[in-house]
Design a protein around this ligand. Structure first.
Ligand code: AMP
Ligand code: ZN
Length: 464
């Protein structure tokens, strides 16, 4: 029996994953706050949880993947004030762009993408339950979760009380009973978005939305909760506190989600990529520059999901070479018979991914398979390699476009007649031993952004 191993942040161990219900594996990952374009750090999170969903799909018939959209938050209100645009114009626009960009990176749409603003009544019901259970209190138009009322608080992040207070950068508000208490509901002024509630006109805090949406769409407990490592504290710690305490399960941190999975940071020169540091690259900009989404995906999968991944110019360059090699190999194998892998062969091909989503090993195996193809093996071996490459590449999330389409990506605007003409002139020059002319023609092609390679089958060209 194939086993998937995942590192569970709650136990801090790599464990065999056992679903609560094999007929429906349920997964939740915290999605973006939609006030701007997604940067590559956000994209890493989307790619990692899409990969996890795909790997689970190879083992279980049904996987329900929920990933939310935070469409009410102070950053959105600030953006609306700065630009004069209504809040829902901003949130709708950036939700659409996020979904388009993530699709371009080969991500499937989550099974459910709940919006925070569609769940205000459920949030108010959970806040009321927390007040009833003695875990939350009203103060000065706010409702706050009382952290000392939950003895197991800190179980996920392992932070002690001093670290909790320091790490949360909690504003010392006079109405708080304890400095670590966090907001469940806060008052809105008339020019801020808000809803009527028993505590006055106001809006929810950020953490309560995920507790409520995960419960509504996945039922409790569910299998896996994920997000970027920055969310472990305080966001996920607070989700656990709310959900366990609202249901009277204060002793059981797993009564909300069984397994917690966190992706490491995408960094730039060692620092987390973030909007606030200004060191970000937008997925949207790279796509606009004409970089294929699969190349960006490859660059994001080159490190195992828990490890930091440092972003630099070379990432795209390397990823492009690898992606092209895979598609080129598949293109060369176009006429080769398609065979069905047996269970053992499938498991062998996918084994790196079953070991805590070891995507770098999976990619290195793809390299190896491609190398074996280029050594011109027998037809049977070619068919086996084609099947393995296809399965592994598809599970990594590549390959929804066919090989030829990928290899021709971005070539529509190229003058292919001119390219072919220059190449044949260069070949004539070479044949006539006029190397100066041949080099000049190669340079002319390079200036057009075209790289050429002489192979046994003739001269091949590609975009630089
Ligand atoms: P945000 O819109 O900032 O709430 O982020 C959306 C998702 O992206 C969350 O799951 C974050 O943990 C994740 N995320 C944000 N920045 C990074 C980063 N630099 N590296 C990896 N994941 C990130
Ligand atoms: Zn969340």
């Amino acid at each position: 029996m194939t086993q998937l191993k995942l590192t569970n942040s709650l136990t801090r161990k790599k464990e065999v994953f056992t679903p609560l219900d094999e007929s429906n594996v349920r997964l939740y990952a915290c999605g973006p706050t939609v006030y701007d374009y997604a940067h590559l750090g956000n994209a890493r999170m989307a790619v990692v949880f899409d990969l996890l969903t795909r790997v689970l799909q190879t083992l279980y018939l049904k996987v329900t993947y929920a990933s939310n959209i935070t469409d009410i938050e102070d950053k959105i209100i600030t953006r609306s004030r700065e630009t004069g645009e209504p809040i829902d114009t901003i949130t709708k626009r950036y939700t659409k762009i996020y979904n388009e960009d993530m699709e371009a990176l080969g991500n499937m749409a989550p099974t459910i993408q709940p919006l925070a603003t569609d769940h205000i009544p459920e949030m108010l019901a959970q806040i009321e339950a927390l007040i009833q259970n003695g875990h939350a209190y009203e103060a000065d138009g706010h409702v706050l979760f009382n952290v000392p009322s939950f003895k197991k608080y800190g179980g996920l992040s392992g932070r002690n009380r001093d670290e909790q207070i320091a790490g949360a950068r909690v504003e010392v508000a006079s109405y708080k009973k304890d400095p670590a208490d966090f907001v469940l509901w806060k008052p809105s002024t008339n020019d801020e978005p808000g809803w009527d509630s028993p505590y006055g006109f106001g809006r929810p805090g950020w953490h309560i939305e995920c507790s409520v949406m995960a419960e509504k769409h996945l039922q409790l407990p569910f299998d896996i909760h994920g997000g970027g490592a920055d969310l472990k504290f305080p966001h996920h710690e607070n989700e656990i506190a709310q959900s366990c305490c609202a249901h009277g399960h204060e002793d059981d941190l797993t009564s909300f989600a069984k397994v917690w999975v966190h992706n490491g940071f995408l960094t730039v020169e060692g620092e987390k990529m973030s909007k606030s540091l200004g060191n970000f690259t937008l997925a949207h900009d790279l796509l606009e520059e004409g970089i294929h989404g699969f190349v960006i995906r490859m660059a994001l999968l080159i490190a195992q999901y828990r490890k930091p991944l440092d972003w630099n110019q070379n990432c795209i360059h390397q990823a492009k070479k690898t992606t092209q090699m895979i598609y080129k190999t598949l293109y060369d194998l176009s006429d080769c018979d398609v065979i069905e892998l047996d269970e053992g062969q499938k498991n062998e091909a996918l084994s790196p991914l079953y070991d805590d989503l070891n995507s770098p090993l999976a990619i290195s195996n793809l390299h190896q398979y491609c190398k074996e193809v280029s050594a011109n093996p027998s037809d049977d071996e070619k068919s086996l390699l084609k099947a393995k490459i296809t399965l592994l590449a598809e599970t990594l999330g590549f390959f929804e476009k066919d090989a030829e389409e990928f290899l021709n990506f971005g070539n529509d605007d190229l003058d292919t007649d001119k390219i072919e003409d220059l190449i044949s002139k260069r070949n004539e020059a070479k044949a006539g031993k006029d190397y100066t002319a041949a080099d000049a023609l190669r340079d002319e092609l390079l200036n057009m952004g075209i790289e050429i390679k002489d192979t046994a089958d003739g001269t091949e060209w590609s975009k630089t």
